[in-house]
Write a protein that binds this ligand. Structure first.
Ligand code: PBG
Length: 331
């Protein structure tokens, strides 16, 4: 208890809240455009911008439009863009060979962005689900998602992404041992500079629903991802996964989803001090947008508040579909 000297309160916290200038001066954490990674969906064609129904304001873009988006992001000071391909169902197979096709949509988009907007970092996703007829992130054998065979395929996928020129590889598959295997393969192939952002603490979450729509994986998926993604009740396990992935050569780690797992973000940052990111996933985005469209919340303010929470929880950056909107609001 603070001593009080009646009739005055000893400490007047309201003094520093009285004006915008004083509030800005003492604000502890600040969101800037440089904290943002913008996930974008890529689709075949030219001049295409196709709305994703479950994510109002988000579109799937053909490669030429993705390049325009990358330029817009760079102009807004957003340092990185993250590519997620919508693969034509005819290219989805059980062996997932499209995943390491040098000319697949993701690699084509990477090359186009690096040629036109060299100063933006391109992040690519490593997992088999966009290419798999099963909708799973790994190979399915006798109803099981097999680990080691999947890791071999993920290595081929990662190498094809590095060849295409990506700056950051984001393994989102949650197989065991994939970070070490990918790091070793990148080193061996002369890609020492390619960074790895591990989806280290990725939960088996119902918040990914709209994303699976956006990449066309929801129809294909049989069963759920609970044998490889994490149980929502676990926190110690997240620390062990992050420790393991850092030891295997990850440069940055991610917690996913974001807002429901802010405790994991804080614990990760405090425990390891590594560059820590959160993914504000499709369901989080959709919830804010749906409530805002109904007039139930002020969407712009909730957007900013939600991102501030990630910085306060210790994150160095955030993957968010709001990225360009936030950067414009901050500009
Ligand atoms: C799949 C992947 C998913 C997301 C990113 N990579 C979905 C999943 O694991 O089923 C989700 C992103 C989002 O919901 O915004 N490897």
């Amino acid at each position: 208890m603070h001593p009080t000297f009646a009739p005055y309160p000893t400490t007047r916290f309201r003094r520093l809240r009285a004006t915008p200038a004083l509030r800005d001066l003492v604000q502890e954490t600040v969101v800037t455009a440089a904290d943002l990674i913008w996930p974008v969906f890529v689709v075949d064609g030219e001049g295409v911008e196709q709305p994703v129904v479950s994510m109002p304001g988000v579109v799937r873009r053909s490669v030429d439009k993705v390049v325009e988006a990358a330029q817009e992001a760079a102009d807004l000071g957003i340092p990185a863009i993250c590519l997620f391909p919508y693969t034509d169902p005819s290219k989805k197979t059980l062996d997932c060979a499209e995943a390491w096709n040098p000319d697949n949509l993701s690699n084509t988009a990477t090359r186009a962005i690096k040629a036109a907007v060299p100063n933006i970092a391109v992040m690519t996703d490593v997992a088999l689900d966009p290419y798999s007829a099963t909708g799973h992130d790994g190979f399915v054998v006798d109803g099981e998602i097999v680990n080691d065979e999947t890791v071999e395929a993920l290595v081929k996928q990662a190498l094809s992404q590095a060849e295409a020129g990506c700056d950051i590889i984001g393994p989102s598959d949650m197989m065991d041992g994939r970070i070490g295997a990918i790091r070793g393969a990148l080193e061996g192939a002369g890609h020492q500079k390619v960074c790895i952002m591990s989806y280290a603490a990725k939960y088996a979450s119902a918040y990914y629903g709209p994303f699976r729509d956006a990449v066309g994986a929801s129809g294909a998926l049989k069963g759920d991802k609970t044998t490889y993604q994490m149980d929502a009740g676990n926190s110690d396990e997240a620390m062990r996964l992050i420790a393991r992935d850092l030891a295997e050569g990850a440069d940055m780690v991610m917690v996913k989803p974001g807002q429901p797992y802010l405790d994991i973000c804080r614990r990760a940052k405090d425990t390891f001090g590594a560059p820590t990111f959160a993914y504000q996933v499709s369901g989080e985005y959709a919830m804010i947008e749906a409530a805002a469209q109904n007039g139930w919340i002020d969407g712009d303010r909730v957007m900013m508040e939600s991102l501030q929470a990630f910085k306060r929880a210790g994150c160095d950056g955030i993957l968010t579909y709001f990225a360009p909107r936030v950067a414009r609001a901050l500009a």
